[in-house]
Design a protein around this ligand. Structure first.
Ligand code: ADP
Ligand code: MG
Length: 347
């Protein structure tokens, strides 16, 4: 018989490292979490900077609300959030974050430093880091422009098993760039910068009219995407779908240019994928994949985003309604495009 071993409460660093296993897989996951925070803070400009594919440094700077001195010690602790306070809030959550876990998780597996300032005075501001197994916050004055910067150095330096899973600099940066692309597509009204090893790779000006949006699409997805896509904007029964879908003649061998946003959050959803596949079924060659950048807007209360820690999945209250709306909207748009393209315009 085995002797019972004593039960212990784990140190915060260890519980945070365990939680990090779920959300912090690679540099791209850190970028996603930090950028979500910057968006939630109402930023108008977000800069993402990396060194060595993000393994050495990931820094996200924003010009958002900032975090006040009194709240700074809590920003890096687990289950601490300014975004919800009750179950009611969670049911209708409109912010990208709400779990209060990202900063605690990331700081348990890296050297994380956060600087923030809520005032216009650029000589004001604070810096916070956490130390030791209890992850005690240490707050010191540090000048910073209004907004927040989070620097994450040496990701996974203290979790060798995870560190081993990091791929080459090029591969990791590829994942980061994809995460950046998704987020820059989620908010046209925000200006974005992406830098890697001191080189600026993307510099996207804010702009929310059709011309500005299409300029951004072209910068992020290439000219071919835009040349072969049609713009649509349809609403019915409290749902709105807008964006761009590729003409069937511009399909791809891989499903690598497919972006679907629900209330500004990029999601992968089987129901959505099915509706789109159905709409393209008769017009696409077998084994080819459509390209699209689509935005679905629904009442926040009609969709549950608390399905998975990475929040890539959602659950619709009325899945059938969403499915049928997507299918019929896309089917119609594609049908009209075909009719319009045919010589003489057949019915
Ligand atoms: P969540 O986003 O789920 O609330 P996080 O761990 O990502 O949890 O962040 C914890 C808290 O720190 C947030 O609720 C927010 O109040 C604050 N915070 C984090 N990043 C920023 C930022 N860039 N600007 C302003 N506040 C921030
Ligand atoms: Mg967050």
């Amino acid at each position: 018989m085995t002797e019972p071993r004593p039960i212990r409460v784990l140190d915060p660093r260890l519980t945070n490292q365990i939680a990090a296993g779920e959300v912090v897989e690679r540099p791209a996951s850190v970028v996603k979490e930090l950028v979500e925070n910057a968006i939630d803070a109402g930023s108008t400009r977000i800069e993402v900077e990396l060194e060595a594919g993000g393994a050495r440094l990931i820094r996200v700077r924003d010009d958002g609300s900032g975090i006040g001195e009194a709240d700074l010690p809590l920003a890096l602790s687990r289950h601490a959030t300014s975004k919800i306070g009750s179950l009611d809030d969670l049911e209708g959550v409109a912010s990208l974050g709400f779990r209060g876990e990202a900063l605690a998780s990331v700081s348990s597996v890296s050297r994380l430093e956060l600087m923030s300032n809520i005032e216009e005075d650029p000589t004001a501001g604070w810096r916070v880091v956490v130390e030791g197994p209890r992850m005690e916050p240490r707050v010191t004055p540090a000048p910073h422009p209004r907004g927040t910067s989070v620097s994450v150095r040496d990701l996974f330096f203290n979790t060798p098993a995870r560190r081993k899973f990091l791929r080459t600099e090029k591969t990791e940066f590829g994942h980061v760039e994809e995460a950046f692309r998704r987020q820059a597509l989620s908010r046209f009204d925000i200006g974005w910068v992406l830098r890697h090893n001191q080189k600026t790779l993307h510099q996207l000006r804010p702009g929310d009219d059709l011309i500005a949006r299409e300029r951004r699409l072209q910068a992020l997805l290439g000219r071919a995407f835009l040349e072969h896509a049609l713009h649509l904007d349809l609403a019915s029964g409290g749902l709105r779908l807008w964006g761009w879908v590729g003409l069937p003649t511009h399909s791809r061998a891989q499903a690598d240019q497919q972006y679907f946003f629900v209330n500004g959050r990029v999601v992968r959803d089987r129901l959505v994928a099915h509706a789109i596949r159905q709409a393209y079924r008769d017009v696409l060659f077998h084994g080819r994949h459509p390209v699209f950048v689509l935005y679905l807007e629904v009442d926040p209360g009609a969709v549950d985003v608390n399905v998975h820690p990475t929040k890539h999945e959602v659950r619709f209250r009325d899945g059938r309604l969403v499915h049928d709306f997507l299918f019929s909207s896309l089917h119609r748009a594609l049908g009209e495009a075909r009719a319009g393209a045919a010589p003489g315009g057949e019915g």
